[in-house]
Design a protein around this ligand. Structure first.
Ligand code: GRG
Length: 288
């Protein structure tokens, strides 16, 4: 099975789980539940959920135990996209091929939908009853993780003295932290040992950084139709990206090297890691 086919299967599982978990569009207050469903079911690769499930499967875990966790991670990711698109952030009009949430439901409901998704995610991540999962996720999305990266990102706009360390900080915090946590949480649900978690975490940090570098490259080389979002917005806003600091070719080479290192790290594990390696390759081969 190819990584893309595998992701499609996990996506279906996660969507079914979330459909059953989330309140319906007619549940009060209707506006927030409509907004939540609009964003959660607007598409998306479910890459982070796929990584979480794959990590669990690699360590012999149970799908029923990991599925709420993987689904919760996608709620966090959706919340971050909603807030990232807001006028006070990137002010984007298009996400996953549809108008952004604030364009359809207004800014107030979009802020609240993001906040609600953040809370709902923890309800799901708590389901296996292992408090390590809560801590890993909270650390990954707080000021030492995703939010910290987003703050540095916002503050780096229009800076012309950006260094390699600056852009590395932004990308590892804004994007790689959640990707790494997704893998680690999947492995935790499957009872992986501490040394194995270190390997998985590092693998996640490397592919997570590569994922954001490729995202930067696609923002230059792809189209609105293929990506389903406003291509070129990084350049328009003069944001801190790898191509801005390293140029396009070097950025692509760095992403390839990161994935190669990540794949090599998995060789120290005594488990089946074929699909994890496949998903790592997907990071650099993806066109969307
Ligand atoms: C609390 C105001 C406030 C903000 C929250 C917005 C935010 C903090 C953090 C932003 C983090 C962010 C949006 C990072 C970008 C990560 C990224 C590459 C997103 C695209 O991910 P894909 O390609 O998207 O997996 P799909 O649509 O496939 O799910």
């Amino acid at each position: 099975m190819t990584p893309v086919e595998y992701l499609e299967i996990q996506k279906k599982r996660v969507n079914e789980y979330l459909d059953a978990f989330l309140l319906g569009e007619d549940d009060a207050p209707e506006s927030i539940h409509r907004a939540i469903r609009y964003s959660v079911f607007s598409g998306g690769k479910r890459f982070r959920a796929g990584l979480c499930i794959t990590a669990a499967e690699s360590f012999g875990g149970d799908i029923d135990r990991v599925l709420p966790v993987a689904s919760g991670i996608e709620l966090i990711h959706t919340y971050s996209l909603i807030h990232d698109d807001l006028p006070c952030m990137d002010d984007d009009d298009l996400r996953r091929g549809k108008p952004t949430l604030h364009k359809v439901f207004g800014e107030n409901i979009a802020v609240l939908a993001g906040d609600a998704l953040n809370a709902l995610a923890f309800t799901l991540v708590a389901k296996p009853g292992d408090c390590r999962l809560i801590r890993i996720l909270a650390d990954a999305i707080g000021t030492e993780g995703m939010i910290g990266g987003q703050v540095a990102d916002v503050e780096a706009v229009e800076r012309d003295d950006l260094t390699e360390d600056d852009v590395n900080f932004i990308h590892t915090h804004k994007t790689a932290a959640l990707i790494s946590a997704s893998l680690e949480m999947g492995a935790v649900t499957a009872g992986a040992e501490d040394e194995e978690l270190v390997v998985i975490r590092n693998f996640g940090k490397h592919i997570g950084l590569a994922f954001q570098i490729v995202d930067d490259v696609l923002d230059i080389e792809s189209t609105d139709e293929v990506l389903g979002k406003d291509v070129g917005s990084d350049m328009e806003q003069d944001k801190a990206t790898y191509p801005k600091v390293f140029g396009l070719d070097r950025s692509k080479a760095i992403a390839r090297d990161l994935v190669e290192d990540a794949v090599g790290e998995l060789d120290s594990l005594r488990h089946e890691t074929g699909m994890l390696k496949g998903l790592a390759q997907f990071v650099i081969s993806r066109v969307y």
